[in-house]
Write a protein that binds this ligand. Structure first.
Ligand SMILES: [Zn+2]
Ligand SMILES: [Zn+2]
Length: 250
């Protein structure tokens, strides 16, 4: 858990960013502000990333992507030569081209091979031998996705940003670890974000083994989101902090 915060600046949480390592894959999911410094702090080998997957186009989820790409060329010794695959929702390529027009053509040609791919809701993409990425639409923005990673008979699901959604629960069925956004406390829920009770209900619908709550706005700080979510979900529940690490499988 690189960054468990939101767009709201926090002394303790940077914006959305998650690191997933499994056989042949080092995947960064979302790249919000603070990602790079947190990677350094937590000694995460960001320069060895094989894939970056962006859930949606809110700035707390991809605002630091240009910095990430630039750092691969100028921020690490030796400079990166290994290929990198960028993955995002439909419209991602066009966004990158427009962004390159502002920050510079290096964005799409950073000095190492860069591939950009778009993933449609419901689609599955091979990341490496035996490792797949799956996408599911979430009710948040027009393009917003949740991602699932399957490897070695295990499944990780990250909701990205989402509101309550029965279809998402069905899609997440049987995940070992559910990383769910938990933006706002019960009583302050809105249609495009989850409260602890709603995150718990999602984990229950999915039959998850473990629920890790993240994406905390200031309004929920100082409450007990894990305790509240536990009333709706009987499995293991953790309210994540930046730097937490979880292992799935053996
Ligand atoms: Zn967000
Ligand atoms: Zn968002």
């Amino acid at each position: 858990m690189i960054g468990t915060g939101t767009v709201s600046p926090s002394a303790d949480r940077t914006a959305s960013s998650y690191w997933v390592e499994t056989d042949g894959v080092k995947l960064l999911m979302d790249c919000g502000a603070g990602t790079m410094h947190r990677c350094a702090q937590f000694r995460i080998p960001w320069h060895q990333a094989t894939h970056v997957a962006i859930t949606h186009f809110h700035q707390d989820h991809w605002g630091e992507l240009p910095m990430f790409l630039f750092a691969g060329r100028w921020g690490t010794l030796p400079a990166r030569t290994a290929p990198l695959t960028l993955i995002g929702p439909v419209g991602f390529r066009n966004r990158l081209m427009v962004l390159a027009g502002a920050v510079g053509d290096w964005l799409l040609d950073p000095g190492y091979p860069l591939e950009t791919r778009e993933i449609a809701p419901g689609a599955t993409m091979d990341l490496a031998r035996g490792v797949t990425l799956e996408a599911c639409k979430t009710p948040h923005t027009a393009e917003s996705l949740a991602y699932g990673v399957r490897a070695g008979g295990t499944r990780l699901v990250y909701t990205g940003d989402t509101g309550p959604d029965d279809a998402l629960g069905r899609w997440a069925k049987g995940c070992d670890l559910l990383v769910a956004e938990c933006s706002l406390p019960d009583g302050q829920g809105i249609s495009i974000h989850l409260t602890p009770t709603q995150a718990g209900a999602l984990a229950r619908a999915a039959g998850a083994n473990r629920l890790v709550l993240t994406h905390f706005y200031p309004q929920i700080e100082g409450t007990d989101p894990a305790g509240v979510a536990r009333r709706a979900f009987k499995g293991d529940v953790v309210a994540a902090h930046d730097g937490d690490r979880f292992t799935i499988g053996s």
